[in-house]
Design a protein around this ligand. Structure first.
Ligand code: TYD
Length: 132
């Protein structure tokens, strides 16, 4: 089973002019990017996620602010990550239950391997642990 990992995205530029980072399928992103969405204005008190995907894999990037992410697989192995740097991405494999909290004013972008499909979601934690 694949495990989550951090991807270092190249930081092109310098302090005086600012930076560009790039996500490109099969170059530094290990899948074809089919969909991009972004999450913003999430209150600090809210926990998002609480689902897993059957097929979709994703890379999450924190463009501004800070995200705390807990990922758990069906063997109940837990991985904790902090994203607070726009030149880092977090690869999230399929079948990982995710919980995310966001610092105030955080903006994140998520690159996904599939079109949106509610059928691809597992939103019940017990089903996630037990259903084959
Ligand atoms: P969801 O993936 O459940 O986000 P979170 O776990 O962060 O709350 O999505 C929230 C809602 O947005 C849900 O009703 C599905 C909808 N949505 C789309 O319509 N298209 C998309 O690409 C995504 C990511 C979500």
């Amino acid at each position: 089973m694949q495990e989550p990992f951090l991807i270092e995205l190249q930081k092109i530029g310098e302090k005086e002019i600012g930076y560009i980072s790039v996500a490109q399928s099969f170059s530094n992103i290990p899948f074809e990017i089919k969909r991009i969405y972004w999450i913003y204005k999430t209150p600090e008190t809210v926990e998002r996620g609480n689902h897993a995907h059957k097929n979709t894999v994703q890379v999450l990037v924190c463009l501004s602010g800070k995200i705390s992410i807990t990922l758990e697989n069906r063997q109940r192995k837990v991985f904790d990550f902090i994203l607070d740097n726009p030149n880092q991405g977090l690869f999230i494999p399929n079948y990982y239950w995710r919980k995310l909290t966001f610092e105030k004013d955080t903006i994140s972008i998520c690159l996904a391997s599939s079109d949106f499909d509610e059928e691809d979601y597992m939103r019940n934690y017990n089903d996630f642990l037990t259903i084959k």
